[in-house]
Design a protein around this ligand. Structure first.
Ligand SMILES: *[C@@H]1O[C@H](CO)[C@@H](O)[C@H](O)[C@H]1NC(C)=O
Length: 360
């Protein structure tokens, strides 16, 4: 090779490297194109940017790792601030299914396909083999079928949000292996069966939202071991048994929704005396016994709803010591007595105590 030609060769190789460095992997690109082919988005044209060789360059909702140029994020939200929605004057709508082809995107950390209203079919079971997945958010579609049995393989998963779909079957036992899971939302589906007994293994979990399903069985005591749990919502299911007393001593629990179930037994005192808990809804259950007389000067509730149960006896005297109770509903029980006096109760009206046929 002559000396004079060397710089040209060097230049060419730098150019080739630059071009390659900016191009997405052809395998990732073809997986994305198969994913796109299984969906129809008629109103916004979000997929019109998915053309050309470089899927890392301005494909709507796609992000790549800047060093490897592998696809790391698919983030498609049907309800967002993005100007594309404002311009169209509507929120997102898509039909079709989630193609298995996404399972070959093995560097994927974020998969958000949220609020498109009409994407149907199953969650591809092969997503449980995406080793780096941290966020799986498929809220607000029409997905059916079951949660993949091997979901517990996703050991980096932090967010699992499948709410507002039509997912059936039971919660896979493997879910308790999701050691990094912080946010679980399976609300408003058709899940049945019991909560896994060892759900307390999910030590990182701070929100567990499972309302509006057909879950049965009782609340596992192990829930109380999830010491980061701040929000627990099991409302509108068919949960029975009693409330584990340990829930009353959870360190950061702040909202507890167990309303509209078939829960029986007494209300554990800790639920009403724990100063961290500030919304409790236990209404529409079969709770019985007396209301614990455990309120105190630090009692601060945005809402306590114990309506539609079988509680009896007198309204606790200590309730009048409460610092603040924003909304109190004790109606439709067998409680005796009157609305307590004092500033925390001045804003409550008689309906809070309506329909109580006193039983001592
Ligand atoms: C408590 O739950 C019931 C039934 O699910 C609901 O009607 C009521 O509005 C809830 N109360 C509060 C304070 O949110």
């Amino acid at each position: 090779m002559s000396v004079s030609r060397l710089p040209a060769v060097v230049l060419l190789s730098i150019l080739v490297q630059l071009v390659l460095a900016n191009a997405c992997s052809p395998a990732d690109r073809s997986a994305l194109l198969s994913f796109k082919a299984a969906l129809t988005e008629p109103y916004l044209g979000i997929f019109s940017s998915w053309s050309g060789d470089n899927c890392c360059n301005q494909w709507y909702g796609i992000s790549c790792d800047p060093t490897t140029n592998r696809v790391t994020d698919i983030s498609l939200r049907g309800e967002s601030e993005d100007p594309i929605f404002e311009k169209a004057g509507r929120s997102g709508y898509m039909t079709g299914t989630i193609s298995k082809s996404i399972c070959s995107l093995d560097q994927l950390t974020t998969l958000v396909i949220a609020d498109w209203k009409a994407i149907s079919g199953d969650i591809p079971a092969c997503i449980t083999s995406l080793p780096k997945l941290r966020i799986l958010d498929l809220i607000g579609n029409k997905l059916s079928g079951e949660i993949p049995a091997d979901i517990g393989n996703l050991n980096r998963l932090r967010v699992l949000n499948l709410a507002d779909n039509a997912i059936s079957g039971s919660i896979p036992g493997s879910i308790v292996n999701l050691a990094s899971l912080m946010h679980l939302d399976l609300s408003n589906n058709q899940l049945c069966g019991e909560l896994p007994e060892d759900i307390g293994n999910l030590k990182m979990m701070s929100r567990a939202l499972l309302s509006k399903n057909q879950l049965t069985g009782s609340i596992p005591c192990s829930v109380a071991n999830i010491y980061r749990l701040a929000d627990l919502d099991l409302s509108m299911n068919r949960i029975s048994g009693s409330i584990p007393a340990q829930l009353g001593s959870m360190p950061v629990l702040s909202t507890l929704y167990l309303d509209s179930n078939q829960i029986t037994g007494e209300i554990p005192a800790g639920i009403l005396s724990n100063t961290g808990i500030n919304i409790v809804n236990l209404s529409h259950n079969g709770l019985s016994g007396y209301l614990p007389d455990v309120f105190h000067s630090k009692t601060y509730f945005a809402a306590i709803d114990l309506s539609y149960n079988n509680l009896r006896g007198s309204i606790p005297k200590s309730l009048s010591k409460a610092m603040y109770v924003g909304h109190l509903d004790l109606s439709h029980n067998h409680l005796c007595g009157v609305i307590p006096n004092g500033i925390p109760f001045d804003h409550l009206d008689a309906s809070s105590f309506a329909d109580n046929d006193c039983r001592i």
